[in-house]
Design a protein around this ligand. Sequence first.
Ligand code: GDP
Length: 361
Amino acid sequence: MSDTDSTSQSDTLRTPIVAVLGHVDHGKTSLLDKIRGSAVSEGEAGAITQHIGATAVPLDTVSQMAGALVKPDDFDLPGLLFIDTPGHHSFSTLRSRGGALADIAILVVDVNDGFQPQTEEAIDILKRTGTPFIVAANKVDTTPGWNPQQGEPIQKSLEKQSKRAKSKLDESLYQLIGELSDKGFSSDFYWRVQNFQKNIGVVPVSALTGEGIPDLLGVLMGLSQRYMKDEMAIDVAGPGYGTVLEVKEERGFGATLDVVLYDGTIHAGDTIVVGGANEPIVTEVRALLQPRPNAEIRTEKRFDKVDEVRAAAGVKIAAPDLEDAMAGAPVRVVGDRDVDEVIREVEAELADIEVTTEEEG
Ligand code: GDP
């Protein structure tokens, strides 16, 4: 890994993996873009790291972006890793050891549009997988009479709004809280929530103006630190465990795997077992690849080779015989274990993965 990649250098605690879900056009992509963009505009080189299929935002950057909402001394989790492909289709096919790959989710809901079919589907999936989530009540800037406050925490922005705009927004937010209640979730404005295990925090945001983004990051970080620390404690140096995001043909490498590693370490040269269409594939890692920063899309050298990758991270794996590998399938480093044992584990995990026919959300 590059030395700027402080999010995956923790010895004992890994980065929580964050997924973004919600109805089409409610702003999932814009929200991810805004988080990436604001991290970059905070200025520091290496403030965020673009992984394969994911974006890592280290704690220091989260803290710079969230201001008073996140004091680095209060945290020992190394940051947040956002899966770049939003939508509940990818969410529900991405599993880890039978659970959801994402540790935590952002459910994006357009404040004006409220609950829509794919919002309902996303909620059902979050419920089924027991994934903790927060609600990003997006597009607050479209409230009639809104006075935009670029990148400000939502409370600060609210202070600058007219009574009328505030009450319009409140109306939409309370409707949203009502809709969540109809689905069996007790929720409230995030700043009123005492126990995030009992109540869903609603964070008013705008992916366009960045209002509320500091709050969103603060709440994600706080929630992970408070309730997920045990799950984040991993044997970082142990054999790597990951999930295939995508199987992709790359010039010069043949079929490659875009993987999110959620446990342990993977090295170039490691023997791995990957879930395949017919049977588990046993192969050897030829190269571990990360996107080359600022690479031109069309140039040949889009990737940098790295010797090892530690969880949590996104990485591209080049290896022979990956043509039959499947999105959603497990990837495991064999390490000093018996390869047949690892094959059996991969088979068991594959049998557990449900086939999903849901539409991309
Ligand atoms: P997705 O389908 O959920 O990924 O939604 P997109 O991110 O593609 O957003 C759908 C449309 O809504 C685009 O035209 C965005 O520019 C717009 N949009 C997203 N977030 C906001 C927001 O906070 N405010 C406003 N005014 N428009 C937004």
